[in-house]
Design a protein around this ligand. Structure first.
Ligand code: ADP
Ligand code: MG
Length: 344
């Protein structure tokens, strides 16, 4: 590496907007381990994501946006559990120690870390193998939740209503634009930018998620597409789901860019939404909608949990024969990864 490893850590990762003091952190970067305070009656909530250039993000991504995105994507997993972020760790395997890249990447991380009071408390920094010069970023987020209050995938009951936050398919449409796979004259420049922004900077649903703890029976974040992720809730809960496709929330920008016949595949299987999908007992829906209004989080009720096994997609009471699959790194048939995207 051009620059000393400890110099990199000090200069870029111990910066004040990234490695700041926080209530749950007794000791951050600098010793062999970090020390966290887990309060009485709290459970520690942990999730890890490994992101590789060319698989999870585009080569030559703007490091400032990438730094924000990788942390937002991890925080989305905490939100899906109804957890309060505490801190995170970061492992980097770098093709080179480019000071400009490190400065922009760590600044991007710092923006999101500060906004969520979720400081960086440790990690590992290595040079990657000279024959495999691929940037790899691994983040582990830590959160807490009162004992027994975490939102799991398996809690949905028959008759519960199914909700999603925000709109679906925007990030997948944004990625199509970035990869030159969309007829971009269909949308205005502002609409195209909104879709690209949705890919780079998913909305954080952390604050909304804290309000769901008392109200939702099950939750998941939509990373692989609603079809796949709602399927996880249904399977884990041993039930089926009925979704009214005309109730799916689609943005104006998405509708402008994507022709009607392509919308469902992208909104259900495109992935990278990082919105929440959750279920709510039908006698809690009024309270839920009020809570989400107060949080400023748009939600849409898209269907209900039903007996059976599968997710059924309906329009005007008729079941549609949709074969939408979310993204899968190791698809059962064939050797290539499946899904509606080609990048991961
Ligand atoms: P060790 O040799 O004990 O694994 P390191 O030399 O790898 O320790 O790291 C020294 C300190 O810097 C540790 O506290 C470690 O957690 C922290 N650290 C290393 N890399 C990073 C990083 N990318 N981000 C944040 N902290 C880091
Ligand atoms: Mg180390």
């Amino acid at each position: 590496m051009a620059s000393d490893e400890f110099d990199i850590i000090r200069r870029y990762f111990q910066r004040s907007e990234l490695a700041f003091a926080a209530p749950g952190v007794a000791l951050g970067i600098g010793d062999d381990c970090a020390l966290l305070r887990v309060g009485p009656g709290q459970e520690l909530v942990i999730s890890m994501d490994l992101l590789q250039e060319g698989v999870h993000f585009l080569p030559d991504s703007d490091p400032y946006l990438l730094g924000q995105r990788v942390l937002l994507v991890n925080l989305s997993d905490l939100a899906a559990m109804g957890a309060q972020p505490v801190c995170f760790t970061l492992a980097l395997s770098l093709p080179n120690a480019d000071p400009q890249w490190l400065e922009r990447f760590s600044a991007g991380l710092g923006v999101v870390a500060s906004a969520h009071t979720c400081p960086l408390v440790g990690g590992d920094t290595t040079a990657c193998h000279p024959d495999h010069r691929v940037l790899t970023i691994c983040i582990q987020v830590h959160g807490n939740v009162p004992q027994g209050a975490a939102l799991l995938r398996n809690g949905a009951q028959e008759g519960d209503m199914i909700y999603v936050t925000g709109t679906l398919g925007d990030a997948a449409a944004g990625l199509m634009l970035l990869q030159g796979r969309a007829r971009d004259e269909r949308a205005t420049p502002a609409q195209r930018q909104a879709l690209i922004d949705a890919f780079h900077l998913p909305e954080s649903r952390v604050r909304a998620a804290l309000r769901l703890r008392q109200l939702a029976s099950a939750a998941i974040d939509i990373s692989d597409g609603l079809a796949s992720d709602l399927g996880h809730i249904a399977r884990a809960s041993g039930l089926g789901a009925v979704v009214k496709v005309d109730a799916l929330p689609l943005s104006e920008a998405f509708r402008a860019l994507i022709p009607p016949q392509d919308r469902l595949a992208l909104a259900l299987g495109g992935g990278d939404d990082y919105e929440l999908c959750f279920t709510v007992p039908s006698d809690h829906t009024e309270m839920l909608e009020q809570q989400m209004r107060e949080a400023g989080t748009p939600v849409a009720c898209i269907g209900h949990i039903a007996a059976g096994r599968d997710v059924r997609w309906q329009r005007d009471g008729e079941t549609l024969d949709l074969n939408v699959r979310g993204y899968n790194h190791f698809p059962a048939s064939g050797t290539a990864a499946s899904g509606s995207q080609e990048r991961r």
